[in-house]
Design a protein around this ligand. Structure first.
Ligand code: BEZ
Length: 238
């Protein structure tokens, strides 16, 4: 591989960057990313190859959860370094033949990008040569309604992703934006949230004194209640 090609192959977008732009053919028609998705969240994810077992289990799981993501104003977009006809044949096989963990007759209705040229995969650091030079790793990009990358997850070829964690992360990001709070370890809607750190000695004292709304373990670690129904009613379409 030429040096320039190698550098391109390992280019890694970062949290806070604008999502790299691209146009692509997908199983749901052509897309212009991210402009076609302005105003909604997207989860852009890659998988190593069509017609492989871990990827099949992942696609079935994501497809079953697709409605939940849509209700949270989020569209899913898959990608692998395969052609459109391979994608179509694989998705037909999943629907017609594969039964797994109680899931069957599963239709994948979100777009799956053909990326034989690796154009998109290279822009998103999905080719990680130490793992494979011909297959994308299992990358997950959370992109917000303004087209900014907000979270990135990478998994190796051998390890299927946890889709409940992907959904939890989306809701946590939206909760932080909507309510101006941070979310602690393992947070789920209904759990207490963390308020931004005190920026002065005065605020630190006020916080320690406010025992009604806040629960301060110490001046730098204050939580407050955030009602589960308020979070869900705000973020999830009925
Ligand atoms: C799979 O999805 O099963 C898989 C794909 C590439 C390498 C290993 C496993």
């Amino acid at each position: 591989m030429e040096l320039q090609e190698q550098q391109q192959a390992v280019f890694m977008p970062r949290i806070g960057d604008n999502a790299p732009e691209f146009t692509a053919k997908t199983t749901q028609g052509d897309i212009n990313f991210p402009s076609d998705y302005t105003g909604q969240w997207t989860i852009l994810f890659s998988h190593p190859a069509d017609f492989t077992p871990v990827c099949t289990s992942e696609f079935m799981t994501f497809a079953v959860m697709h409605e939940d993501f849509k209700k949270a104003n989020c569209e899913l977009i898959g990608l692998s370094i395969d052609g459109l006809y391979s994608h179509i044949a694989w998705l037909r096989t999943i629907k017609e033949k594969i039964e797994y963990k109680g899931m069957k007759d599963v239709e994948v209705n979100f777009p799956l990008i053909e990326d034989i040229s690796m154009n998109v995969a290279k822009k998103y650091g999905m080719i990680q040569p130490g793992e494979s030079t011909t297959q994308a790793v299992r990358a997950v990009f959370f992109i917000d309604p303004k087209g900014i990358i907000r979270t990135i997850l990478y998994y190796p070829l051998s390890t299927g992703r946890n889709f409940k964690e992907i959904y939890r992360t989306l809701i946590a990001l939206q909760t932080s934006d909507e309510f101006n709070v941070a979310t602690p370890a393992d947070w789920e809607p209904g759990d207490d949230v963390i308020i931004s750190p005190a920026g002065s000695c005065g605020v630190a004292k006020e916080r320690m004194d406010d025992t009604e709304e806040l629960d301060c373990k110490d001046w730098f670690f204050c939580t407050k209640k955030l009602d589960k129904d308020l979070v869900l009613d705000t973020l999830i379409k009925k």
